[in-house]
Design a protein around this ligand. Sequence first.
Ligand SMILES: [Zn+2]
Ligand SMILES: [Zn+2]
Length: 144
Amino acid sequence: MVHPLEETLIARQIAPTPMRLLVLDVLQRHPAALSLADVELLLEHADRITVHRTLKTFTEKGLVHRIEDGSGAVKFALCEPQCTPEQHHDLHVHFFCTRCRETSCLPTVAVPTIALPAAYQVQETSLVMKGLCAGCAGIPTSIS
Ligand SMILES: [Zn+2]
Ligand SMILES: [Zn+2]
């Protein structure tokens, strides 16, 4: 039987190398988005270039998406299963907690369509909201 992690990679046409399996495992274990430095630390100082390349491959294949939350470091989060390499800019809101400094995907909260003046051509839209996450605010939430 194929390991579920391997299956996830193969489904995205990513060859399951040991490093890719490790990075995927780390991403799956951490519900919050992770920066390159976070992944590196969690893998006990894996080679930064290899981790960087792995995240780049995952992004290109639609397995993860990049989040710029204003913290200065790009973060990575797993995409929803229906994302494809062609269109995997998950158009959901991201939330940056000013207390624990974690960035979370809010897959149930869609980014609204915003009308721009006619001359502007949008290439990407992202919406990051800031405040206290459910854990820090101490309020139970239905978002898993
Ligand atoms: Zn928090
Ligand atoms: Zn996200």
